[in-house]
Design a protein around this ligand. Structure first.
Ligand code: ADP
Ligand code: MG
Length: 225
């Protein structure tokens, strides 16, 4: 499989709060290759660097990747339909986007209804985003990511507010609609059922990188120690 992205001697930092203090290290990666067809579960304790790495990958892949952020980041005043539609803003002219905001087109409504149905949110299209529960917001963010229709998915804990069964179904849907996926997950067990490769981050470094079928319980245990 061809390489989509290769990171070498990559140091990701964030600015220190203290004046005149050097930037702080969030994650250091010596070498990492992401290949077409990978379904990557990005694992590690909170603070390990998962979101930092995903943001960096997103920056590198620019408009080739759909993005599902950790906090759903919906526009609270807009209806669910328009939040999902915002995934397609760059596919249409400003005129089409503005017209659809004022008078939703039946074509886009049909597309978005079909997308919303398997996510269980088709009844909510005309509800304002700030009236949704956390789980509903997360499904809308997933629908918006799907509506971006890019070949690569980058998702940051996309099903953390859903129960295990719903989470698994929706993860399977997400990976089935993309050629390549990189998904940060808080639930390692769930991640391993839908992914074929594990990248584990620990102490701001790459701790493990292997196919799911070669992963040992021991190495997963060490990752979370
Ligand atoms: P994860 O997603 O695995 O929980 P993050 O990528 O959010 O981890 O963070 C990695 C590390 O970098 C953490 O220790 C976090 O506190 C730190 N960090 C990253 N960005 C910032 C920032 N802008 N301000 C303060 N700390 C940050
Ligand atoms: Mg995170």
């Amino acid at each position: 499989m061809s390489a989509l992205l290769e990171l070498k001697d990559c140091r990701l930092t964030y600015p220190s709060n203290a004046r005149n203090e050097a930037d702080k290290l969030a994650l250091a990666i010596d070498h990492l290759t992401i290949r077409e067809g990978d379904r990557i579960a990005l694992l590690g304790k909170s603070g390990a660097g998962k979101s930092t790495l995903l943001r960096h990958i997103r920056h590198q892949l620019a408009d080739r990747a759909s993005w599902c952020p950790q906090d759903a980041s919906l526009v609270p005043q807009l209806k669910v339909f328009h939040n999902i539609y915002s995934g397609a803003l760059d596919r249409h002219s400003g005129f089409v986007n503005l017209t659809n905001l004022l008078l939703p087109s039946s074509h886009f409504e049909a597309e978005i209804t079909a997308l919303a149905e398997p996510l269980g949110i088709s009844e909510l299209l005309w509800t304002k985003a700030d009236e949704l529960s956390g789980g509903q917001q997360q499904r809308v963010a997933i629908a918006r990511a799907l509506y971006q229709q890019k070949p690569i998915l980058l998702a940051d804990e996309p099903v953390s507010a859903l129960d295990k069964l719903q989470g698994r179904e929706i993860l399977e849907l997400l990976v089935s609609r993309h050629d390549t996926s990189v998904i940060a997950m808080h639930n390692a067990q769930l991640a391993l059922t839908v992914c074929n490769r594990v990248i584990g981050l620990k102490d701001q470094k790459l701790f493990l990188d292997c196919p799911v079928d070669q992963l040992s319980a021991d190495s997963i245990g060490q990752l979370y120690q």
